[in-house]
Design a protein around this ligand. Structure first.
Ligand SMILES: NC(=O)c1ccc[n+]([C@@H]2O[C@H](COP(=O)([O-])OP(=O)(O)OC[C@H]3O[C@@H](n4cnc5c(N)ncnc54)[C@H](OP(=O)(O)O)[C@@H]3O)[C@@H](O)[C@H]2O)c1
Length: 361
């Protein structure tokens, strides 16, 4: 009988997504192996300054969280040397199968992910920052993945576990021409503007998004549109455009920088409410929408759509992605649904890990 090779999982980050991810892997291990032939075991969970080595420790860390007393200090920096204790214990990548997961929210992991790809270690990431913010990083990762024939999967950077990147990649690799993507990629702005479209005052719509866990603790981060900007850049790059973050023609939602949410409340909130009210039109809804066109035009800003279109059917927080292609003609391919949340994101990361490991078996 053929024995299943073990894929040793190295996970960077142990926060809102990383914690549940460990549980998902362990709880579904037998089913994953039975149905896909992939056997996942943790080699390490790496945090900003500590590490837990081994499957047993990963599970105990997931049960006992950040207070877990067996986190040991790790080497500083973010080069491949951080993984030396892992390679010492489980073997070098030429004889041991690994998958490297990035569920941090930092640019620091970028060089390590590139080195890993170059060494033939598959990389799965939910961390948008290197892809969208580090000049040239995405292109280098794609090239390293192609040259070393090593999976590089980043589905959860856009729309969390919704099949956004895979749909786009499948359209392109089968020879369709993607002419345009129109996207509502931010769950928090979908929640805030969806509430406003339904007639809630802006402050109540923001408070509702915060209460339901869709907004950041500081909702200015959402209103500044950085998350949506990163996602539209990742979509544009996946389309093959050379767009960098500074190339996006972004119409900001906020009229100025505010030091904190308190400073925005009052006059800033009133000015944004006035602006959104002025953008309101009868029988239409307004959202903060990104678009990327094959001619290289990438935009982000307020757009209004008929209530009688798909846009008028969105629930607050829902994401929407429309892919216009040559083959699909006048009717775009539609992906919609909840595009965030720790458990959904962790499940999307796990699906990517299984696909990456399967490609290695
Ligand atoms: N939450 C969602 O709904 C969602 C949806 C889609 C995508 N994502 C993306 O998923 C990623 C994780 O999100 P999250 O909400 O879990 O973030 P989080 O709660 O802030 O956790 C971040 C984790 O990264 C670790 N970290 C920071 N710098 C590190 C480094 N240099 N090396 C190793 N670990 C490091 C932190 O370590 P310490 O524990 O030591 O602080 C922490 O465990 C983000 O990129 C986010 O944008 C999240």
């Amino acid at each position: 009988m053929k024995t299943t090779p073990v894929t040793h999982v190295i996970q960077l980050g142990y926060g809102k997504v990383g914690g549940p991810l460990v549980h998902l892997v362990v709880e579904n291990r037998a089913r994953i192996e039975r149905e896909t032939g992939v056997h996942l075991e943790y080699a390490a969970v790496v945090r900003s300054s500590s590490v837990a080595l081994g499957d047993d420790l990963a599970l105990r860390a997931a049960d006992r969280g950040a207070s877990f007393d067996e986190w040991t200090p790790r080497a500083p920096g973010m080069s491949i040397a951080v993984l030396d204790p892992v390679f010492d214990r489980f073997g070098f990548p030429d004889r041991t199968q690994y998958a490297l997961i990035d569920v941090t929210a930092t640019a620091e992991t970028g060089p390590l992910l590139l080195e890993a790809l170059g060494m033939g270690i598959p990389v799965v990431t939910a961390n948008k920052i290197p892809l969208a913010e580090t000049p040239g990083w995405f292109e280098q990762a794609r090239m390293a993945s192609q040259q070393a024939r090593t999976p590089f999967r980043y589905e959860c950077t856009v729309g969390a576990s919704l099949p956004v990147i895979s749909t786009l990649v499948d359209l392109m690799t089968t020879g369709d021409t993607v002419q345009r993507i129109v996207a509502l990629p931010s769950s928090s702005l979908s929640c805030i503007l969806g509430g406003f479209n339904r007639g809630f005052p802006l402050d109540a719509a923001i408070a509702d998004a915060m209460r339901r866990g869709f907004a950041e603790p500081n909702p200015l981060t959402d209103l500044a549109g950085r998350d949506a900007l990163r996602k539209i850049v990742i979509l544009a790059k996946t389309m093959g455009l050379s767009t960098s973050i500074g190339d996006v023609n972004q119409e900001p939602l906020l009229d100025q920088d505010y030091p904190d949410f308190e400073a925005f409340q009052g006059d800033g909130m009133a000015r944004l409410a006035d602006r959104l009210t002025a953008a309101r039109q009868p029988e239409r809804v307004t959202y903060y929408v990104g678009s990327a066109s094959a001619d290289g035009d990438v935009t982000l800003g307020l757009r209004s759509f008929p209530k009688a279109s798909i846009w008028g059917t969105l629930e607050p927080s829902e994401n929407l992605f429309l892919f216009s292609t040559s083959r699909f003609g006048d009717l775009p391919v539609v992906v919609r649904g909840i595009g965030g949340g720790p458990i959904l994101t962790a499940s999307g990361v796990l699906a990517d890990v299984i696909k990456a490991a399967r490609a290695q078996n």
